[in-house]
Design a protein around this ligand. Sequence first.
Ligand SMILES: Cc1ncc(C[n+]2csc(CCOP(=O)(O)OP(=O)(O)O)c2C)c(N)n1
Length: 361
Amino acid sequence: LAKVNSRLKNKRGVIIAGARGVPPRAAKLLSDALKWPVLADPTSGCRTEGPHAIRHADALLRDSEIAKRLRPESVLRFGALPASKVVNSWLRDTAAEVTTVSGSPYLIDPDRTTSLHLVTNAEALCTDLAPLVAPCDQNWLQDWCVVEQSARRVVGDMLDDETRLSEPGVARCVVASLPTGSRFVVSSSMPIRDVEWYGGSCEHLTVLSNRGANGIDGVVSTAVGVALETGQTTGLLIGDIAFLHDSNGLIGLARRGADVRIVVVDNNGGGIFSFLPQRTSLPGGQFETIFGTPHESDASLIARAHGVRSCEARTTAELRQALAEVGPSVIVVKADRDKNVEHHDEIHRAVAEAVRGSIKV
Ligand SMILES: Cc1ncc(C[n+]2csc(CCOP(=O)(O)OP(=O)(O)O)c2C)c(N)n1
């Protein structure tokens, strides 16, 4: 404990909460004692309403000035690596002293930033450390809270109550609408990123994400399995290609008593590829054949072929209402891949501008 404490005390630091890392209450206890923010990955369970919970780290740290201003001296990392590339490269470039805590002796640390690896129970460690540590100066946490609050405000203003749902708005609405205690399975590709960037507090949910063997395989089956195993309402946010890839997961669903509420963001292809440089460097037709892969399949009809109720939602209010219905369902939201890239850029720009203004970078 003394050794760990010497790496944390009086330092400007951050707690990184990854998947299966640290219970939210333990993270909060240590955050209060150290006056450090908790950078919370979507699957960490730590994306709470509290001001110390940083849900917009990826968006904040995209701005080089803000990233520099918020550079820590010490990092305490729990659980799996953050999903965000931006957060990981910021960590790599900070030169901060990184202490990693995990329950397993196998350390996953591709950037080799960890200089101390503790194999221990995270909750017990936080409880034992909290009374010993000394907090860093107040301005540090204050700055993080100010930028996080302004990011929360901008994202909320831009996405709450959309009259024409966007992909970011869908992610935000699904997180907010699922009933307390639900499991929430999030597919790879854009859904997990959109939940990270735009989803609000996930305090009321257990968020799960499964990369399958390759990224987008087996995701419908994962959600059905989670619902059957836990007996809880289970939401699934998934793109159309991942949905089609595992639509056999719907077989028998109507008769299995599993409350799986599936939201398919149907942009008629792989939306993530429109963020790649190939989108502009390849001729449009070629890009569509190789990357976009439009299929023209009807997700609603596929659901109905399996006897599962389906509908289309166009607005936040319609999606909220559809998600309130109990029992297996497929809710389709139509989207446009090109507009989606523009919309993401627009939100990132608005967040960066507001955040820069809020701490005068
Ligand atoms: C089994 C498998 N096949 C192919 C890929 C490559 N891949 C990654 S993302 C993606 C497109 C996913 O599209 P969709 O599920 O509609 O989500 P979106 O990108 O539109 O959010 C593909 C084909 C993969 N990761 N896994």
